[in-house]
Ligand binder design. Structure first.
Ligand code: TXA
Ligand code: MG
Length: 335
């Protein structure tokens, strides 16, 4: 047996024994448990410090398992599954009988996804059943995109963390609700509204994620995905003015730039630069927010991306990261 095969086998044993496993996916790392075992699922909520009524996504090895978990599956779900699975898309469907309340938060719907990461796929295939897996971070914190992030945050709660390298997508899956007649996106991600509309030949609607009347998903809490350091989203002139003021005052700040080079007179500040394209930016976003969060800055200033549709998923995550500072009146360009 290769080391890889041994790790997969050990993970499957741990999952069958009702333990938690840190699992790489193409989006972010998940905190996985046997979705049919309510005691195992309860450990996820305890480890994350997550409220028990927040539903979890069930991960499957293949779309052939859809009917084990969902009922009254609309044609649109089959089309989206065929077009985007394995991949970064979660379908909300009416739950099949027997899906534990612990997984769905007591709702009549269930979130399902077939991830594209080879390690996740190997574990799911060998395990055979569904794995409930939220992002492997403590509740309200940034999702992990490396195995080291998972160990930092939840190391003591898991039987093991499988190392699948850095996550390719870098932000969580697109969530589309197919349980209420028309497809509604609850969380934007790499799979866009346009791509789904094209696959379906019918419109897909975008729920305003910050609308408090939107269906409950923890990703829709305004201040989800936040670093512990306050985050402010600024356009270029405001960001430059702030860095100059901070330098003059001797304040230490972190800057996440997109087009700006580190040429401001910002002594004591830490600059990280992400690619000026939405896919490359999303890939590095959580990693860099984590780095900046650990650099001892009093505030993180983020160069706001364009408002265009291609940047929607990134802007969604940045608005949430900045939501606490915004609520405190610290200024953010109006969305
Ligand atoms: O990319 C991902 O989706 C990652 C990886 C690990 O697969 N998982 C993830 O899980 O982001 P989590 O728990 O951090 O976020 C799942 C989101 C939550 O906002 C949850 O409320 C929502 O999915 N969700 C799950 N089931 C739902 C349901 N039945 N109805 C509405 N929202 C649901
Ligand atoms: Mg999460």
């Amino acid at each position: 047996m290769t080391e890889h095969a041994r790790d997969i086998a050990a993970a499957v044993d741990a999952l069958r024994a009702g333990q938690l496993v840190g699992l790489p996916t193409e989006t972010v790392y998940g905190l996985a448990a046997d979705a049919r075992n309510p005691d195992a699922v309860a450990k996820i909520f305890a480890a994350k410090g997550r409220p028990a009524n927040h539903p979890l996504i069930v991960h499957l090895a293949s779309a052939e398992q859809l009917d084990d978990w969902a009922r009254e599956i609309p044609e649109a779900a089959r089309i989206l599954a065929a077009a985007f699975w394995p991949g970064p898309l979660t379908l909300i469907l009416k739950r099949q009988r027997g899906v534990p309340d612990a997984v769905t938060g007591g709702q009549d719907t269930v979130g399902l996804r077939v991830p594209a990461h080879p390690v996740a796929h190997a574990v799911l295939s060998a395990f055979g059943g569904g794995l409930a897996a939220p992002s492997a971070n403590r509740f309200g914190r940034i999702s992990p995109t490396t195995a080291a992030h998972v160990r930092e945050e939840l190391g003591s709660s898991v039987a093991m963390v499988l190392d699948g390298g850095e996550c390719e997508v870098g932000i969580e899956s697109t969530i589309v609700d197919l349980s209420r007649g028309v497809p509604v996106v609850l969380r934007p991600g790499r799979v866009s509204v346009d791509e789904m509309s094209r696959a379906l030949g019918a419109p897909v609607f975008a729920a305003d994620a910050l609308d408090s009347s939107a269906p409950r998903a923890s990703g829709t809490l305004a201040s989800h995905y936040a670093p512990t350091t306050p985050v402010r989203l600024l356009d270029v002139p405001a960001l430059l003015a702030e860095t100059v003021a901070a330098a003059q005052a001797g304040r230490r700040i972190g800057v996440l730039s997109r087009t700006l080079i580190d040429d401001a007179p910002a002594h004591g500040s830490v600059w990280l630069q992400l690619p000026n394209d939405p896919v490359g930016y999303a890939h590095g976003l959580y990693r860099d927010l984590r780095r900046l969060d650990q650099c001892g800055a009093e505030v993180l200033l983020v160069e706001a991306p364009p408002r265009s549709i291609e940047w929607q998923a990134v802007n969604d995550r940045l608005r949430r990261a900045a939501a606490d500072a915004t609520a405190a009146g610290e200024g953010l360009p109006k969305a």
